[in-house]
Design a protein around this ligand. Structure first.
Ligand code: GLA
Length: 388
């Protein structure tokens, strides 16, 4: 059986786009092991769109690997990935052509699933471009879900229809293990923020068995690569990683791992944040509403709804709780947090013993109310025990 916690790994799209090849994949596999990412839980190495020839093989009807990008074929790539103790992921699409106009699996679901099984594939990302209009998405994802079950390998099914057609209502029933819920991310703070804010109301639709995928991470890209956009700074990457962990989102790295700095590796291997992300109960985070968000000088800024500064709370197994303060605004904000709002009233006598996951510091037991002054785009995140 496949793991029931959010999948972790790497996907080629954010950095490499069309410029993928055997060498890049092998070097990435090496880097995932050498930098300790595999041992931190990043197990899937996924090749996204643009890996095949432009047309199917006319005789066998199968999709075949681009013979220049992957001269030894995909089975050889999969074997190498497996030899490093990693799992191998690939990409196809529910429409007539992939998003980048390569052959796609519409009406070929079962033969393609057989092909992926022969390649040794453990993970299939399944996109939604060029869908014939009279075919509803739920049936298309059901077909590939069935084909993967029939193909004789355990293959993680990663749906990618960008939140269209109320996907959260039907995707779990197709056999998918994760589902993209938004349009594509790019490496900028507004892109990340808008994706995150659009999914707050859908957090309850993410649970063991099938997790809401808010796209590949851009951490470590600094504006380079296929979705480079304006780039983010280290504060923004820190916020991105903490939110993905709080939201139980799949942790699919999208930066060029071969060039990750020690600081980037430290961030994405933070044990407390990964513990929050991988919690076996997989409960959704919720937003704890403060009545008012204040400016740093204490004056009132916004009413609760529409706040740019937010508090997220996630209940974990073993009576632990994760709390995150995040400031999406472009200037410093004071973020108020009433414990009553997460279900811990003053009269109970209980509070939270709080450990800062970034500094490792235990800031003691807090009760009733607290606030944090958070810089623009920054966050604080705490792993907590309920305590007197
Ligand atoms: C879509 C997906 C992306 C990526 C590209 C590939 O846009 O949402 O994640 O897979 O297709 O063409």
């Amino acid at each position: 059986m496949l793991s029931r916690t959010p999948p972790m790994g790497f996907n080629t799209w954010n950095t490499f786009g069309e410029d993928i090849n055997d060498k890049v994949v092998r070097e990435t596999a090496d880097a995932m092991v050498d930098l300790g990412l595999r041992d931190a839980g990043y197990e899937y190495l996924v090749i996204d769109d643009c890996w095949s020839e432009r047309e199917r093989d006319p005789v066998s009807g199968r999709i075949i690997a681009d013979h220049i990008k992957f001269p030894d074929g995909m089975k050889a790539v999969g074997d190498y990935v497996h030899s490093k103790g990693l799992k191998f992921g690939m990409y196809s699409c529910a429409g007539t052509r992939t998003c980048a106009n390569y052959p796609s699996s519409f009406d070929h679901e079962f033969i393609d699933a057989e092909t992926f099984a022969e390649f040794g594939v453990d993970f299939l990302k399944y996109d939604y471009c060029n869908r014939p209009a009279h075919h509803h998405g739920d049936l298309l994802y059901r077909k590939m879900g069935m084909a993967l079950k029939a193909c004789g390998r355990d293959i993680l099914f990663s749906a990618c229809n960008w939140g269209a057609d109320d996907v959260h209502n039907w995707i779990r029933s197709t056999g998918a293990h994760m589902y993209r819920s938004t349009g594509d991310i790019n490496d900028s703070f507004p892109s990340m923020r808008d994706i995150v804010c659009s999914q707050i109301e859908y957090l309850p639709y993410s649970a063991p068995g099938c997790f809401n995928d808010i796209d590949m991470l851009t951490i470590g890209m600094y504006g380079k690569g296929n979705v480079g956009a304006g780039g983010c700074n280290d504060t923004e990457y820190k916020t991105q990683f903490a939110i993905w962990c709080m939201f139980s989102a799949p942790l699919m790295l999208g930066g060029d791992i071969r060039t990750f700095s020690p600081e980037t590796v430290k961030l994405v291997t933070n044990k407390d944040l990964i513990r929050i992300n991988q919690d076996e109960e997989g409960r959704p985070a919720f937003q704890s509403y403060s009545w008012i968000t204040r400016n740093a000088d204490g004056s009132a800024a916004y009413k609760a709804s529409g706040d740019k500064a937010k508090v997220f709370v996630k209940l974990l197994s073993d009576n632990e709780v994760a709390v995150m303060f995040v400031n999406f605004d472009d200037r410093e904000r004071r973020v108020d947090f009433y414990f009553e709002d997460m279900g811990l009233p003053v009269a109970s006598g209980y509070g939270l013993e709080m450990k800062d996951v970034f500094t490792g510091e235990n800031i003691g037991v807090k009760k009733d109310f607290m606030y944090r002054n958070i810089q623009a785009h920054d966050c604080e995140c705490y792993l907590c025990k309920i305590s007197k």
